[in-house]
Design a protein around this ligand. Structure first.
Ligand code: IVH
Length: 677
């Protein structure tokens, strides 16, 4: 094909993909299936692989391009990113309106009402209709350049067709400000996955969003669903349209995900109605909001009204009251979650809060109980946020509310299965370590069946919950005993899909040892650690017999992971499970990998961007040669491998006199490349 023809074909394909990204991520209304979408992406990838010169930064394949970094570069805002003053009552809101009327000398002010999205604010700069930069709010004047992470958010256009911008009345160089957030469903799922893998969880979607936007690896950001809702459009740091409502319409016309729940109100009564309506409706939103933002619609008026210190006079945030009440803790009962975590739950004297009766509230963990100093029999203040389970906020103690006397202690055995309950030193959570615990069962089966583990297709949420609730599957080994008759007794499963699932289960027996290890769901043992364990020991039996010291000889296994593995296999139920899996015919042995000894006893630190290896690849190379890779430079470090843009670790190495080498020398040391001399 002639170059011009290829160019045209690629661009047409990209436009098609952009259109479907828009349908899916902006409108939530896809026109094609995920598989069809993947097909288009793969087609584009294939053409781009054949013609790398034709790859452009705004191609849909280039969302995840950036490499891992050690930190973010600071960036100054075009004009300060301000916050808002708050109003907590109708009276405060009417006071605000009075000031607007007085200062503007008019009584016919129109207001735009918008949801106050509970995420983090972010500025996007477009230049020549291309996304150029994404900057966090920071201190309002200077934020951090998080462009490579922002690019992974699929509701943010990487480029916008110039005709489209023109039609929307937006110049090619402009800035949006808006809110980045994580939908509640994504938050729950990601948090659960983290808990499953022994990682710290996030308290709310806002914190998870902030953590994700500031991720040093864009590929991780890309795996988490974030959304961006713009609510400002600036040109050279100044508002562009003469009405805020026009700004919102224009951003929408340009293809941004503008929040549809907005209203132009003619007066404060209409504003109040909007506030009132959303107080209840907000429960059904897929993301969290903490109030309503009210903005004077005319930009000219906004300029007249100006600012006070840090907030504009032309806007205000009406904050919904945290719904709370005072009640008595009748008991504290540990509840076992899907990941085996024991959450102390306060059983309350039922109290009406925000239209519902609350009789349970979470106390999170023992640290929280100690922080609050709460005892059974205490009177407490309870709060209910948008979607979250009610929580105990503080102990109330006055003449009408005497203190309780009974201390709550975590049980040593799981209230559901009597398995051992363990609190890992340095952690807040207590957990049941029995893999067969019914409370953990569904989570354990889903993990076991998932794509990166035993890859049993067809074993989804609905089927797993039926299998566990019917008692057909009490642990993952039971999966291998299922018959077609068993499956046909369940709801919504036909002969063909029953057979498919059974075939998938049978095929999974061939999965290699590392997958089985990963599938057991041992805390802190992720995919990589499972691989290292398999390579080091060569069989599950050897791992079970290994002492904590022996386990620590494995790459990346420290005292915490070793202890978790020992704990897991010291539980009788778990040993029985392994026997059952053996009887079912799973692969419990593998190929032991002989490690190199060339770099035995040598510690390396990697810093900066290497030209030929990712961090993980370089790490593996060193570890395979018997070396160790550490995260920080100390006197004990033997070599610092420095790539491009190396930062503070390089300075530290120089300060301590540690040998600094490049990646070529690293390859020579590990023996994968001959020395030049
Ligand atoms: S306008 C100068 N509109 O609330 C006014 N802010 O407390 C700039 N927020 O930092 C803000 N939803 O992160 C505006 N529809 C909305 C908003 C919104 C959420 C956040 C924003 C801001 C904070 C102010």
């Amino acid at each position: 094909m002639a170059p011009a023809a290829i160019d045209k074909k690629i661009e047409a394909l990209r436009e098609k993909i952009r259109h479907h990204e828009y349908r899916y991520y902006v409108l939530d209304d896809p026109e094609i299936s995920d598989a069809e979408f993947d097909k288009l992406i793969n087609e584009l990838k294939k053409i781009e692989a054949e013609h790398p010169d034709w790859i452009t930064p705004d191609s849909p394949t280039q969302r995840v391009g950036g490499k891992a970094r050690e930190g973010f570069v600071k960036a100054r805002h075009s004009s300060p990113m301000l916050s808002l003053d708050n109003a907590y009552s109708e009276e405060e809101l009417r006071d605000w309106e009075r000031r607007v009327h007085e200062l503007s000398g008019r009584n016919d002010v129109e207001y735009m009402c918008e949801l106050k999205l509970d995420g983090m604010s972010l500025a996007l700069h477009y230049s020549g209709a291309h996304l150029e930069r994404g900057i966090t709010r920071g201190d309002g004047n200077v934020g951090e350049d998080v462009t490579s992470n922002v690019r992974t958010v699929r509701s943010i256009p990487l480029s916008i067709a110039k005709e489209k911008l023109k039609k929307a009345g937006i110049p090619e160089d402009f800035e949006t400000r808006g809110e980045m957030l994580m939908p509640i469903a994504a938050f729950r799922k990601l948090n659960e996955d983290r808990a499953q893998h022994g990682l710290a969880t996030f308290a709310n979607p806002r914190n998870f969003t902030a953590g994700t936007v500031r991720q040093l690896e864009p590929s991780i950001t890309a795996q988490r669903r974030l959304d961006y809702f713009p609510y400002m459009l600036l040109k050279d740091g100044r508002t562009y349209f003469d009405r805020h409502s026009k700004t919102m319409d224009a951003l929408e016309a340009a293809g941004f995900k503008v929040n549809p729940h907005r209203k132009l109100a003619k007066n404060l009564d209409e504003v109040w109605k909007f506030i009132h309506d959303w107080e209840e409706k907000r429960e059904a939103l897929p993301y969290e909001i903490d109030g309503i933002v009210i903005k004077v619609d005319r930009t000219g008026l906004q300029r007249e009204l100006g600012f006070t210190g840090k907030a504009p006079r032309w806007a205000i945030a009406y904050k919904y009251a945290a719904r709370g009440g005072v009640t008595l803790i009748e008991d504290i009962v540990p509840q076992v979650g899907r990941t085996g975590k024991l959450t102390p739950v306060a059983w309350l004297k039922p109290v009406p809060i925000g239209g519902t009766t609350v009789s349970r509230a979470t106390l999170h963990n023992m640290d929280e109980i100690e922080r609050l100093g709460v005892r059974i029999g205490d009177w407490v203040e309870v709060e209910r946020g948008g979607d979250v389970i009610p929580k105990v906020v503080k102990v109330v103690n006055d003449k009408d509310h005497p203190r309780g006397h009974r201390q709550f202690l975590m049980p040593e055995h799981c209230p559901i299965c009597k398995g051992n309950v363990v609190r890992t030193p340095g952690e807040a959570d207590h957990r049941c370590v029995n893999a067969n615990c019914p409370a953990k069962l569904q989570g354990t089966i889903l993990h076991f069946a998932s794509r990166h583990v035993m890859n049993i297709d067809g074993l989804g949420d609905a089927l797993v919950s039926q299998l566990s609730e019917s008692g057909l599957v009490k642990n993952v080994a039971d999966l291998y005993r299922l018959t077609k008759d068993d499956l046909l007794k369940l709801e919504r499963i036909g002969d063909k899909s029953a057979q498919n699932v059974l075939d998938e289960i049978a095929t999974s027996k061939k999965a290699p040892l590392e997958r089985v290890i990963y599938g057991l769901g041992i805390r802190f043992v992720g995919e990589r650690t499972a691989q290292f364990l398999a390579e080091h020991f060569g069989s599950l039996d050897a791992i079970m017999k290994a002492s904590a010291e022996e386990l620590q000889e494995v790459n990346e296994v420290g005292p915490r992971i070793a202890e978790s593995i020992s704990e897991f296999f010291s539980d009788e139920h778990n040993r029985q499970l392994v026997n059952d899996l053996r009887k079912a015919g799973l692969t419990l042995t593998g190929q032991k990998k002989e490690k190199g000894t060339k770099l035995a006893g040598k510690t390396f630190v990697l810093t900066g961007t290497l030209a030929n290896f990712s961090r993980d690849e370089a790490k593996k190379l060193i570890e395979d040669a018997g070396g160790r890779v550490s995260g920080s430079v100390s006197k004990k470090t033997d070599y610092v491998v420095a790539g491009a843009d190396a930062g503070s670790k390089l300075d530290k190495a120089r300060e301590l006199g540690v040998a600094v080498i490049g990646e070529d020398e690293m390859q020579v040391l590990v023996g994968s490349r001959r020395s030049a001399s």
